[in-house]
Design a protein around this ligand. Structure first.
Ligand code: HEM
Ligand SMILES: *[C@@H]1O[C@H](CO)[C@@H](O)[C@H](O)[C@H]1NC(C)=O
Ligand SMILES: *[C@@H]1O[C@H](CO)[C@@H](O)[C@H](O)[C@H]1NC(C)=O
Ligand SMILES: *[C@@H]1O[C@H](CO)[C@@H](O)[C@H](O)[C@H]1NC(C)=O
Ligand SMILES: CC(=O)N[C@H]1CO[C@H](CO)[C@@H](O)[C@@H]1O
Length: 496
């Protein structure tokens, strides 16, 4: 019984210290950004900001010259170095990549991902990376990505929006994009079409499970491993939901995997170009650490791949359309560009659209944090010492808003900053614009994601007007993926 009270004791103790702080001390000017308490470290000062973590990391990092050491409660193992310093980022992600795996501590926090590409390191990561690279460049895979995106657009998105316009109903664009991306990403990665985007809007168990998981993982960062494992075991709070989410995800993948194995044993689907089929037939003389006949391994690989496409692209599209609703002059410039330069076989011509998407992801990177853990002690270019197996969190959201990096107008949504005088796209180094990560572990789906976003954006902007519902509140969920807490509710009308 005593164990059940552990989190409560923790909270009570915290209140005691906060109380003591306000009544027994006078505030002195020039105190550090976060007070480092005995026993509790900086957690008390940080807790009130957990719901607005993204802006908080920005404020703290701007005030501390881009790098900040967060001291967690004693022995809790939650100390973390936050950085948004491009020199540190370049050092960690590229120049000294070999010394900066994700590491065993973060692997614990991300345990539900198992041995998927998003969470593993070293030789296994290398095998996954190389094999993934091979799939992503295979003509059949590219062909499948084309056919799945066009069929989902014409048979899923368009009828859905037409219906909403005709019936004059409010729709949540974030939900629509998540469904679109879930279907296309699942077809591409597993060969299975969940048909989640349809006028009936069926319940999407997988989506809810993934989002609960992402939130629970976020909160794990600030708890001792022993505490969240205990909560998980006892079934308390978000960890309880996390447990049932995992059951949902595992059930879905078990079904997909067993169906595909049966088809393959009957000699069907051999030609299928999806990633699941590829991994079930993968050449283990070439990739020695991959385990094509191990269902758990295949589940891990497929789960990471479905997630990497679905959550990121739908997040970017959602913030993009919200920003357009706030900046009608940008929207009309994109429309004009589509009217004059659109060529379905060459989307690269839409330079301003590309700039607006980059600008969206500078301000709202779908994955706002990146995790690293030095294998050996090191000194960062900023002068900060890092211990072996310590935790480093690169704050991509904060990085995109730094005035010292992007100029005084860093907070403004200005696609123009991405376009050179001669009208071409300006390249920014990836340690400055980090939405797709940098170095050897950069996003493998960047090209595909940009294509998909452009296709969806063109389809909607060309054919519909949309309006965010009056008084709709926009805020981000504290999570490892940048999602809108209340969705993006809009009404659409068909353009004449
Ligand atoms: C706007 C859309 C996207 C954004 C912003 C994005 C961003 C990222 C980021 C930041 C990472 C690094 C994650 C980490 O190391 O923790 C990553 C990795 C990855 N992304 Fe994307 N991504 C997007 C779309 C996609 C799509 C559509 C796919 C697949 C079709 C994809 C496949 C991958 C894969 C396989 C990795 C793992 C690379 C590795 O660890 O070696 N991504 N992505
Ligand atoms: C911030 O960091 C830069 C680069 O390391 C250094 O030149 C500068 O003096 C630092 N500023 C402060 C206020 O510490
Ligand atoms: C947004 O729209 C969806 C779908 O119409 C609805 O279920 C939800 O309650 C709305 N949310 C808000 C905050 O109005
Ligand atoms: C199957 O794969 C999982 C995940 O990589 C691994 O933990 C497990 O040990 C493997 N099982 C066998 C029998 O190899
Ligand atoms: C990523 C991808 O292959 N996109 C394709 C989707 O469909 C359009 C046609 O509407 C193609 O032009 C894209 O290349």
């Amino acid at each position: 019984m005593a164990m059940i009270g552990l989190p409560e004791v923790f909270v009570a103790f915290l209140f005691f210290l906060v109380f003591k702080h306000f009544f027994l001390h006078k505030k002195s000017p020039g105190q550090p950004i976060l007070k480092n308490w005995p026993v509790l470290g900086m957690l008390p000062g940080m807790l009130p900001h957990i719901p607005r973590i993204f802006d908080w990391t920005f404020e703290v990092l701007e005030a501390s010259n881009l790098t900040f050491f967060f001291k967690g409660p004693w022995l809790s193992g939650t100390d973390m170095l936050f950085t948004a310093d491009p020199r540190n980022i370049h050092h960690i992600l590229s120049l000294n990549f070999g010394n900066y795996p994700k590491g065993p501590e973060f692997k614990k926090i991300f345990d539900v991902l198992g041995d998927g590409i998003l969470s593993v390191d070293l030789e296994l990561w290398e095998d996954l990376r190389k094999s993934n690279h091979a799939i992503f460049h295979h003509p059949d895979f590219l062909e499948l990505s084309v056919s799945s995106n066009t069929s989902k657009l014409k048979e899923g998105l368009v009828p859905f929006l037409d219906n909403a316009a005709h019936e004059k109903i409010v729709i949540d664009l974030q939900d629509v994009f998540k469904r679109f991306m879930f279907d296309t990403s699942s077809i591409l990665m597993t060969g299975y079409d969940p048909m989640s985007l349809s006028i009936e809007m069926p319940e999407v168990e997988f989506g809810e499970a993934a989002e609960t998981g992402e939130e629970a993982i976020y909160y794990r960062h600030f708890k001792p491993v022993i505490l969240w494992r205990l909560q998980n075991w006892l079934g308390i709070g978000l960890e309880r939901k996390m447990r049932s989410s995992l059951v949902t995800v595992n059930r879905m993948f078990a079904k997909i995997i067993s169906t595909r194995r049966e088809e393959l044993s009957r000699g069907e689907s051999k030609q299928s170009a999806d990633a699941l089929t590829y991994y079930m037939n993968v050449d283990t003389t070439k990739y020695r650490l991959l385990k094509p006949s191990n269902d758990t391994f295949i589940r891990d690989v497929a789960f990471s791949l479905v997630l990497s496409g679905r959550d990121t692209t739908s997040s970017a599209l959602t913030w993009f359309f919200w920003l357009l609703s706030m900046h009608p002059q940008v929207l009309s410039k994109i429309r004009k560009e589509i009217n004059t330069k659109y060529d379905p076989t060459d989307l690269e011509k839409l330079v301003y659209l590309h700039a607006a998407l980059s600008e969206t992801m500078r301000l709202y990177p779908p994955l706002p944090f990146n995790h690293k853990s030095p294998a050996k002690p090191d000194v960062l270019p900023s002068g900060h010492k890092v211990e072996a197996n310590s935790k480093i969190v690169i704050c991509i959201y904060a990085l995109g808003r730094m005035r010292s990096i992007w100029g005084e107008d860093a907070f403004d949504f200005k696609p123009e900053r991405w376009i050179s005088k001669s009208g071409e796209l300006k390249h920014e180094p990836s340690y400055k614009f980090m939405a797709f990560n940098a170095g050897p572990r950069a996003c493998l789906g960047k090209h595909l994601a940009l294509l998909q976003m452009k296709i969806v954006a063109v389809e909607i902007i060309q054919n519909y007007d949309f309006k965010v519902t009056e008084g709709h509140k926009i805020e981000a969920v504290p999570s490892i993926v940048l999602r809108m807490k209340h969705g993006l509710n809009v009404t659409v009308t068909k353009k004449m």
